[in-house]
Design a binder for this molecule. Sequence first.
Ligand code: UD1
Ligand code: CA
Length: 457
Amino acid sequence: MSNKLAIVILAAGKGTRLKMDVPKPLAPLHNNTLVDYVIKEARDLGDLFLITGHQKELVEEHVISRHEGFTKDNFILQKEQLGTGHAVQTYFEGNAKSDEYDYTMIMCADTPLLTKSVLSELLEELNQGYDAVVATFNEETPFGYGRIVRGEKGFSIVEEKDATEEQRKITEVNSGLYVFKTSYLKKHLSGLSNDNKSGEFYLTDTVKEGLNVSAKIFSDKNPFMGVNDLFQLSVVERKLKNRNHRLLMMENGVRFIDPAHSYVYTENVGRGSVIYPNVQIDDKSVIGKNVTIEMGAIVRNSIIEDGAHIKANTYISDSHVHAEAKIGPMAQLRPGSTIGKGSKLGNFVEIKKSVIGEKTSISHLSYVGDAEIGNKVNIGCGFITCNYDGANKHKTVIGDGSFIGSDSQMIAPINIGKECYVASGSTINKDLKDGDFAIAREKQVTKEGMAKRFIKK
Ligand code: UD1
Ligand code: CA
């Protein structure tokens, strides 16, 4: 029934309690925003529409730029927030196509732990022949939630403010996620009143005892957890990564030394890989099999292939590390770096926008920027590409099998051929052809016995 389902995401709220400058749907979560998570989980099931209000331009701009297929037509403005029922009325008035969908799902922008499988379960329940299904769960401290008041002919939802003392003791609560037959929803929205303690039009009044509706209880309440303040935001972020760690361990065969203190958001980590504490890997990175990532390493939007070893406190962003390479400790791969198979970068080596070939070694204290370095190149300690002349960046090329002595600088643009030998301490500013030797340093002067003039007793 996917092409007949409209999914309406309520995102008009301001989120005052979050105490942030951005509207609630754009509160940051990992490297996305709150609303990105519900969009990602829901989008395969039907057509998405967002009800916007506070700072609607920001929300629209973000969603359109982040998610393919969204246009202005996917947003409906609710000028005044007169309640969840009013928000859905606004949707029907503001979207000419809304009647074409047989079913309408309503959810909130602030429940980023919801999964596609929960949404699918709700649709399955509706398929049992109901006009509406409400997702519910049990909450020992139900304060603030609408209570599910069950009677002989079904159930009704009573908001906290409107509930009696007895009703407030009920622990079964409304999650705020619903699916309706569109015709049923439209019919019951038209009869809503705001005669209640909040003076709002409640969506929850569209379901009532005596009607053909179901309250489906979910035993796991985690997917429904909402974000109203920065504390809840931190809890949700932790749950998000813990859920991913569990999946990586149980499904993929990834080993964590101490999962509580790792922060891995990508689902793409291969079998046999080992993650140490304080490792951060974002949701855009792809890690192969049998990769070791040591303490304190940070990996952003990068690919690390099979068998690579990322040592402690290494920072990698927008880069590609090929199989069996060893990086770090304390190395940095800045955007646009590719490290070839079996190559080795040691401590305090910084690479930027460069391609390093296979089995090449840059083991200590070096800066390599805008360079193309071949296979089996050996670079000593303290090597620098002088790539910037104050106005432009220039390229350094070093051919296969060359040996570059320690403390050398390459003044780019420069081209070093294959199997060249550059003596230690050289500042190279002229190209070398294949097989050339170069030495470029001051001749040494030695004065016998003169040291005592400088060494103070
Ligand atoms: C709502 C439910 C409550 C449920 C709870 C779950 C109603 C009347 N009550 O209460 O039964 O237990 O969610 O979290 O629906 N919004 C708009 N426009 C409006 C009003 C709200 O877009 O005019 C959006 C808000 O931004 C928010 C969502 O709808 O994302 C829920 O609204 P909120 O006022 O927070 O409802 P609750 O009081 O939490
Ligand atoms: Ca709420």
